[in-house]
Write a protein that binds this ligand. Structure first.
Ligand code: C2E
Ligand code: CA
Ligand code: CA
Length: 468
């Protein structure tokens, strides 16, 4: 493999986030334990518990980072860090006329830190949380708001102010250094993705969707970035980046173009003409002003049959502007395109909206399918999604089906279409063709699911996954 100065930029970036979370986690543990013991010794139980929770959350953050669960670590750090500073600021460190408040300075460090650790999240979070921290800083800094239930003793106020200000500013400085480095890496990554698009490095893999009789009904198109140095980069590592740097529309056009060309190829062969393709659409794509025109233009250009195309939207898209999303969905359906609601059950869509949405399919999220056999709640959610789909006249498909036992459970509750490693991992077009031929080879093959493939992402090398 050729080595370039830009090697493993995504890994470098996620390494910084890990570093930040790791440091913050240990800081929470190291501050929480002694303070908790000190307060408990004085019988100040509220403060002792607050600090014990700080240490506990710190331990969770450290553990999450070690187990590569950066999103969980970031969520715990941001949520408890914010609550802790607010609680101390409102009930303990309340200005008394002589001494100003000081704990709120930590909110500045938290604002920058949360921007860094939440940058792969939805923009509502990665702009909203820092804005909330700054707003709270403003309120605590400019007013005497608070009820001094546990006031800091007079003799300790000055030293505590020095301690808080010094440590908060030191944290702020460290976060700023990390942010600066991160911005440089991010700029380089954007340039790489730009070049990747120009050099046609995006490749589409297809994961078959199968009915209860084992017949292939179609596939989901999943994009990969065939990076010249790092190999196959999974979408989880560059879709968010593409969204943030305004390249998602271009990525979407490439994926849709390939999917439509595949549909045209299938349409010319009677034995493949019934197959459908599902294409993922992310929120920022859907909200592009020219999304509908661009989508229809690709269909017109390629000559693909819109009735064979499904667009997968997610529930989270509905939080911004349901009316706009509904209007766009209606425009797409008018042209015959079908709409599937992906990751169903993980968001917070209201059932009232669901009834009004012009949908064709509900997709039970993999996170529920994973545990349908072991977790009563997940099984109940799967059942609810199926009966919801039945009542609304929608097809229900389960994703991430890995075992025959899961499939049987889903079939028993009325879910009759499946996608997952039980049948196949996502495959390049040529391998999908081989897969289809094998399934057609004989009735025995057509009904029996293929052996479980190794539970590793498709052709994706062991690059550390950035999950924050
Ligand atoms: P998704 O739409 O929920 O796609 C399903 C993901 O689960 C895929 O990961 C697929 O490879 C994986 N998967 C499917 N069956 C199984 C299974 O049985 N076991 C396991 N462990 N995993 C399974 P992938 O390809 O890494 O895609 C991740 C996400 O990236 C997708 O989640 C989708 O949200 C997004 N994505 C993929 N392609 C595109 C695209 O072209 N455009 C946009 N906007 N997003 C895309
Ligand atoms: Ca999907
Ligand atoms: Ca999904």
């Amino acid at each position: 493999m050729v080595s370039t100065p830009r090697r493993d930029l995504i890994a470098v970036r996620s390494h910084r986030i890990r570093l930040m979370l790791h440091g913050s986690g240990w800081l929470m543990v190291c501050l929480g334990i002694p303070w908790s013991v000190g307060f408990a010794a004085q019988g100040l139980w509220f403060l002792a518990v607050l600090d014990l929770l700080l240490a506990l959350c710190g331990a969770i953050v450290v553990r999450s980072v070690r187990r590569d669960r950066l999103r969980l670590g970031a969520a715990v750090f941001v949520a408890y860090g914010y609550l802790f500073v607010c609680a101390v600021g409102l009930f303990m460190d309340v200005p008394d006329g002589t001494h100003p408040r000081s704990i709120h300075v930590f909110l500045l460090a938290m604002a920058f830190a949360s921007y860094l650790v939440l940058q792969l999240e939805h923009r509502l979070l990665y702009f909203g949380v820092p804005a909330l921290c700054m707003l709270t800083f403003l309120v605590l800094a400019s007013s005497g708001i608070g009820i001094p239930l546990y006031p800091i003793p007079e003799e300790h106020r000055e030293i505590s102010a020095w301690f808080n200000n010094f440590s908060a500013l030191a944290c702020l400085f460290v976060v700023m250094v990390l942010m600066h480095a991160d911005i440089r890496v991010r700029t380089a990554l954007e340039a790489e993705l730009h070049a990747g698009l120009e050099n046609r490095q995006l490749e589409i893999h297809y994961q078959p969707q199968v009915d209860q009789a084992g017949r292939v009904l179609g596939a989901e198109a999943l994009v990969r970035w065939k990076h010249p140095v790092r190999g196959m980069v999974p979408p989880g590592e560059f879709i968010a980046l593409a969204e943030q740097c305004g390249l998602i529309a271009e990525v979407g056009r490439v994926v849709l173009g390939s999917a439509c060309r595949q549909l045209v190829d299938w349409a010319q062969r009677p034995e493949r003409a019934h197959l459908t393709l599902s294409v993922n659409v992310s929120a920022s794509q859907l909200y592009e002003p020219r999304f509908i025109e661009a989508t229809l233009a690709v269909l017109d250009r390629t000559g693909a049959d819109p009735h064979r195309l499904k667009l997968e939207l997610t529930e989270t898209m509905l939080v911004h502007d349901v009316e706009e999303v509904m209007a766009k969905m209606a425009a797409l359906r008018e042209r015959g395109i079908r709409i599937s609601l992906d990751d169903f059950g993980t968001g917070y869509s209201s059932l009232a909206y669901l009834k009004r949405l012009p949908l064709d399919q509900l997709k039970i999220d993999k996170s529920f399918v994973d545990n349908v056999l072991t977790d009563a709640n997940d099984a109940a959610i799967a059942r609810t999604v199926v009966s919801l789909g039945q009542n609304l006249g929608l097809q229900v498909i389960a994703e991430g089906v890995e075992t025959e036992a899961q499939r049987r459970f889903l079939q028993d509750i009325g879910c009759l279409v499946y996608q997952g490693y039980l049948y196949s991992k996502p495959l390049p077009a040529a391998e999908l063709e081989q897969f289809l031929r094998r399934r057609e080879a004989g009735p025995g093959v057509a009904t029996a699911p293929l052996p479980l493939v190794p539970a590793a992402p498709d052709g994706v090398p062991a690059v550390p996954r950035s999950s924050a």
